[in-house]
Design a protein. Sequence first.
Length: 633
Amino acid sequence: MPEFTFKPFNEMTDEDYALVGFKSGLEVHQQLFTEKKLFCRCPAGKYSTHYDAEILRHMRPTLSELGEYDGTALMEFKTKKNIIYRIHRETVCTYEMDDTPPFLINEDALDIALEIGLLYGCKTVDEIHIARKQYLDGSIPTGFQRTSIIALDGKIPYKGREIEIIQLSLEEDSCREVSDYGHERVYLTDRLGMPLIETVTGPDMLTPNEVADVGQILRKLVKSTGKVRTGIGSARQDVNVSVTGGTRIEIKGVPKIINIPLLTYNEAMRQWNLLRLREELHNRGITPDKFEARYEDITKLIKKTHYHPIKDAISRGFVVKCVLLKGFRELLNWKTQTDTYFSREIADRLRVIACLTTIPNIVHSDARGETISSSDWLKIKKSVNAADDDCLVITWGTPVDSETAAKEIIIRAREATIGVPSETRQALRDGTNGFERILPGPDRMYPDTDLPPKKIPAERIENTRLNLAEPFWEKENRYKNLNIPEDIISELSVSPFADLFDKLIQKGIAPVPAAIALIQYPKNLRRKGYDVSQLSGEVFVKIFEGLIGGEILREAVFYILKNYLETGNLELIKPACPTVINEIIKKETDEIGSTKLYNPKNRNIVLMNNVMTHLRGRAEGKIIADLIGLERN
């Protein structure tokens, strides 16, 4: 490994990331906009925290087709979780609870998946096979997710090069987690079974910002179809990160693309620092073969401690264990991520696997802060026969949990002598990440025996290809040539009104006013509290037909939309005739003449505002300004 120390996030350069061998890929999960779920006929998209009943389940691992257990499944089984499902009778049926077989796949969802696969430039499969993917965290009551590969080997353009789309899969969504504390995990089942596509890219992104850029491209491409759900929770990103000498680490469930750069920076730093930790251990002569550790029950030895977490644990009948890590002195203070140290690698494992969710769940002899007293440390050190260059880690819990915890401490410490363990990690709010589970392997997948293979006729794929939407990046290039404002181009390119925009300019509407009306006006009205979901293409068509026919002025469009949202009636605002305009100007001029103004120089500005309150949408502002003699910049 070359000598390199990670700089603060804002100081890292592209060259720095090249030096550490940063690579990243994305797995983007996007809900599809369908009426029904993927393998049953329950309604999709009906979210509610209300539930009619609770179901308790315990998950068990099953053998793969080769007679092997997946490591992740075994890890989840070790946690001994009670899984509770809160079910609502309107959104869940016996299929989701694994009491009846699945229906055939939702054809609408399949059509959308085929379309998006073709937009990626992928090769679609001619026959889909449903597989079962084990999930023993309880997020799916059956213990597995039904999934199928739909398209392979695509690409999207980025910075003059191409990002590989390895595959696109169609699968069912999981439950929403409500809580996870101790040995109990609670889920809501309202989104369970909704159709979901998973897009997997190659590890082609070379900096954290590139990962976010590509995430935005994928988001905009699927959104441009108008056939995916939008809003909180409808799209989730898993980010894969590695550095030279490290391994692929998956950061699960990143809710916002803007969080990706800091998260991937911290993961790259973590892997780089874990590799440096391995070097330090090897320099101390601690290799996988020479690693030494053991643990002892020290509950009686420390029962009079004044350290409250341990004191309270003993009063509740918990057991206290001490793990001796030979030669590990000061290494639990080894920095891994921003303001994060190796001790949290251990604490996270115990939180997840031993279910020690109350923090702190460990104290160690390298700790800088106040923990147990010096005299207690001396007693423990003597009792376990620790040398000066050793590290002691203390943990506590029920007899079973403390035993699991002590063993996990040893497992994680030994892994430090190997390098970076293959893990799935959880995105945290501060931009760091924590352990979630061991990275799944191929043994978690096996064929589904409840659903037959499904052929995809060539005609179906060709019909989909013929009706493909124009890629949004091509629309953006076209809009730039039409001088559309930069802040509108991006939104218009993925808007459901993009096709309408093209039709309007073909009918003679100027591009800029059309784009502003379709994108900027609804945005402004939404900020004012209006429900702009009522603004359909039909509403805009009627308004623009009035504009083309000379029935309304361009200035009237916003006010017609506003009035429609307020009243539900689509009424065109007719232009005012010159006689009416002159009468209003005369009336307001007379009134302002009898009014004392704080600043007489602003007379015409005040007059303009007063006149336009009567004529907004009915007269052009520049004409009124000329009539009252208002100087315009």
